[in-house]
Design a binder for this molecule. Structure first.
Ligand code: HAM
Length: 414
């Protein structure tokens, strides 16, 4: 049984040596996304439940089974965000998007889904994502996908495979639903209980079922793109053409619908080898989102990448881990006066931007040097009575073992 100090299954503590890797992913995202005009937006981690229900879709696994929903003291139903898009759109719509205008934002942060924990599947996981809202053109989707691939390459993931499909528009839905219903109805006896229900409530969702027997059936289901009307086909051709123009490889996946119901037109995922069943490092698409309190649906395109999966994918490739910047200097004090002087010196050096640690307990020389070695500092500064009297400190270069004296004046300590 898990001890009481362990984090809840599906959540994790991130310690400083790992946090450096996380910062690398975040820093690269900031750099790449701002180059494409996407500024950072921070939204609350909980929202009114309606914001997610309406946009993600009643029949999705997320809304049906995975949301962390609670009532606040006022009896309002609130939910920890299971994804970033809905909250970001709520924020942008609330701030106002003038007709014909565009808003581009990126975001980071924890998301929450009550899924069964597994490698690469957490209950609290972290996404880095973007949304480009307000306009609709195939080229915007192309640029958005190109930016994702640019980001993945920047963090060393060049082995991702881009899967692409179109879900068409509202006007195509009936034709696709009819073809899917005809196909799945004939196979209903071999499908899971959820999919039997989906056959009545939302047949598209069967295509996203993770149950093995359903996946086998789905593999030969009608291809969505075969039932799209001219306008959707033309849009999708534009996306494919744009990707080809930029020489970005893609694989058509004509049954890809993704786990959220707000998509129309383009949907895509990037999968990496070696991650087992949870191999999608990122996913996204174009959407049309209906939010409570707003009369018009909001159009946009975006994606989110799962940071835990990006880290796993980097590990799998054996990429060097980013490391915490080590402390540069360790101050050794011999005697109380030296300790008092080193306290001042540490403050001065830190103000000069240097990383400094020191013994604060008046331990002996050997144990202080042991700590300096353990910290792998570049320099150890040793201050005893004699040095104090002369206004100098002994500086030992830990790589070359060379020693020299530095005056307090040189250290700007006077
Ligand atoms: P999603 O496919 O649900 O899309 O999630 C995006 C990525 O988040 C996944 O590809 C995966 O890497 C990661 N992820 C999802 N669930 C988990 C989990 N339980 N544990 C670890 N990682 C996970 C969205 O969330 C959409 N909002 C993406 C989007 C933005 N579409 C348009 N704009």
């Amino acid at each position: 049984m898990a001890g009481k100090t362990e984090p809840i299954p599906g959540t994790a503590d991130i310690f400083p040596d790992e946090a450096a890797e996380w910062r690398l992913l975040e820093q690269a995202a900031r750099e790449v996304f701002t180059r494409y005009g996407y500024g950072e937006l921070r939204t609350p981690i909980f929202e009114r439940t309606e914001v997610f229900r309406r946009s993600i879709g009643e029949d999705t696994d997320i809304v049906q089974k995975e949301m962390y929903t609670f009532e606040d003291r006022g009896g309002r139903s609130l939910t920890l965000r299971p994804e970033g898009t809905a909250g970001v759109l709520r924020a942008l719509a609330n701030a106002g998007i003038p007709q014909g205008d565009e808003r581009r934002v990126h975001y980071f942060g924890p998301m929450f889904r009550g899924e069964r924990p597994a490698a690469g599947r957490r209950r609290q996981f972290h996404q880095v994502g973007v949304e480009c809202v307000g306009k609709c053109a195939p080229e915007i989707d192309v640029e958005c996908i190109a930016m994702l691939l640019d980001y993945l390459e920047t963090i060393g993931l060049k082995n991702g495979k881009l899967l692409l499909n179109s879900r068409g528009m509202a006007e195509d839905r009936a034709a696709v639903s009819k073809a899917l219903t005809a196909y799945f109805s004939e196979r209903r006896d071999s499908m899971c209980a959820d999919c039997e229900r989906r056959l009545e409530s939302n047949v598209w969702r069967i295509l996203d079922c993770k149950v093995e027997s359903c996946r086998e059936i789905t593999a030969a289901a009608p291809r969505i793109t075969d039932f799209l009307g001219d306008r959707s086909r033309e849009f999708f051709r534009g996306v494919c053409r744009g990707l080809e123009l930029l020489k970005l490889d893609y694989t058509l996946e004509p049954r890809l619908v993704r786990g959220l119901d707000y998509y129309e037109h383009t949907v895509f995922e990037v999968v990496c080898e070696g991650l087992g069943a949870q191999n999608a490092v990122a996913g996204g698409g174009r959407y049309q989102i209906d939010l409570p309190g707003f009369s018009q649906p909001i159009a946009g395109v975006g994606f989110a990448a799962g940071m835990e999966r990006l880290l796993l994918a980097r590990q799998n490739l054996g990429l060097e881990m980013a490391a915490e910047t080590p402390v540069e200097i360790y101050l050794v004090s011999l005697g109380d006066e030296a300790l008092a002087q080193n306290l001042r010196l540490a403050t001065a050096l830190r103000r000069q931007g240097k990383g400094v640690m020191m013994d604060l307990e008046g331990r002996g020389l050997r144990s202080q040097l042991r700590t300096a070695n353990k910290l792998k500092v570049r320099y150890t500064y040793i201050l005893g009575e004699d040095e104090l009297a002369r206004g100098v400190i002994v500086c030992k270069d830990m790589r070359s073992s060379e020693q020299r004296e530095i005056s307090f004046a040189e250290l700007q300590l006077d």
